[in-house]
Design a protein around this ligand. Structure first.
Ligand SMILES: O=C(O)CCC(=O)c1ccccc1C(=O)O
Ligand SMILES: [Mg+2]
Length: 375
């Protein structure tokens, strides 16, 4: 497979409503839509980095820089037999997982389209349908979160994840349990807002039958999380701490978590996501697919990877309408049944790009081909 051309479009996609977490507030996506071209076929991917380095160290600007300066030149000048080779090609470049993933996932889409099969099938997915959860932001009051959750429960979402931070935690979970009872599939995500100094407070969360607590401690930690997991019955799930297969192996070995949130962008692409999935399967560690407010393109990649067998917990892969007035794909991502998405069986990601919407949102576009780049 020879990649002849790469295109990048930078888009500003407004969220329907602001979303707050312990790491800050978000009102729109500022992201890159990446296309890779080979022999008349086109594959699509998206960069999930945020404009600010508050979730991880990457930003939309650093992704653009890494793509232009290192990754696109490497892809255009290298030869790849399969999408798995892209990770090998990029391996001399350290980190910058979200930049790598934007390009790598586009090559996966291209590969599946060239084979005439769905991305899910190309990845080894086995499910035709996936269960979906929703991530709910911090609001001004417990009642305001309860009201939001009421709507999502009515929509049929199979898992409710609420964001917590110090001062907006125990009372929130208690309020939700009071309103919805013990059977609501509920979890909390702290985005690294706590430390072991707050051990007693964190341990109180053990009383609420949560499916898991996501990333309570530092974004770069697996040691304190192991200490915490050994003192709690509620499974700890790692998000920010896991960037690679090796991170996952070490975390499992230490007992830092019992569940892993796999985000395609955070781990550098679909090949690494699949490797982490396989490792977790071998160690009886269930996984689920997290979200980064992806547009329909990244969402389609998330749906495809979620069709693999060890994605046994509903992901943060909500419908387009949870986030956007108009998505950039057509059809929009919608439930087949309440709380259930159908895994597309058309070639590649299985969604078309809505170019009218892309044009309306586009703030920059660039094209790279073999003639105008050097490493
Ligand atoms: O609905 C989504 O896409 C997931 C929302 C979410 O929780 C999130 C969004 C942006 C950055 C980090 C996270 C997270 O999972 O921690
Ligand atoms: Mg998280």
């Amino acid at each position: 497979m020879k990649i002849e051309k790469v295109e990048i479009k930078r888009l500003h996609l407004p969220l329907k409503e602001a979303f707050e977490a312990s790491i800050g507030q978000q009102t729109k996506r500022d992201f890159l839509l990446v296309s890779v071209h080979s022999e008349g076929a086109v594959g699509y991917g998206e960069s999930v980095a945020m404009p600010t380095p508050f979730y991880n160290e990457e930003t939309t600007e650093t992704v653009l820089y890494m793509l232009e300066t290192f990754l696109i030149p490497k892809l255009l000048s290298g030869t790849i037999e399969s999408p798995e080779d892209v990770a090998r090609l990029f391996s001399p470049i350290r980190r910058n997982q979200m930049a790598k993933s934007a390009l790598e996932s586009a090559v996966w889409d291209l590969h599946a389209k060239q084979k005439g099969i769905s991305l899910a099938r190309a990845l080894g997915g086995t499910r035709q349908e996936i269960e979906v959860g929703v991530s709910v932001g911090i609001e001004k009051s417990v009642d305001a979160v309860v009201a939001k959750v009421e709507g999502f429960v009515a929509d049929g979402y199979k898992k409710i994840k609420v964001k917590i931070k110090p001062g907006f935690d125990i009372a929130l979970i208690e309020g939700l349990r009071k309103r919805f009872g013990d059977s609501l599939p509920l979890m909390a995500d702290a985005n690294s807002a706590y430390s072991l100094d707050q051990l007693d407070l964190i341990k109180e969360l053990d009383d609420y039958n949560l499916i898991m607590i996501e990333q309570p401690l530092a974004h770069d930690d697996i040691v304190d999380h192991a200490r915490l997991q050994h003192q709690m019955k509620t499974p700890i799930c790692l998000d920010e701490s896991i960037h690679t297969f090796e991170d996952a192996r070490r975390a499992i070995e230490l007992g830092s978590c019992k569940i892993i949130n796999i985000k395609v962008g955070r781990v550098g692409g679909l090949t690494e996501a699949k490797k982490i999935h396989d490792l977790c399967l071998a160690h009886d560690v269930p996984v689920w697919c997290g979200g980064m407010f992806e547009s329909g393109v990244g969402r389609a990649h998330n749906i495809a990877i979620t069709s693999l067998p060890n994605f046994t917990i509903p992901g943060d892969t909500a419908t387009s309408s949870r986030y956007w007035e108009r998505d950039i794909v057509t059809p929009a991502v919608e439930f087949a049944k309440p709380g259930i998405l159908a895994v597309p069986d058309g070639p590649g990601i299985g969604y078309e790009i809505n170019w009218d919407v892309v044009k309306a949102l586009q703030v920059m576009e660039k094209s790279y081909s073999q003639t105008n780049v050097t490493i």
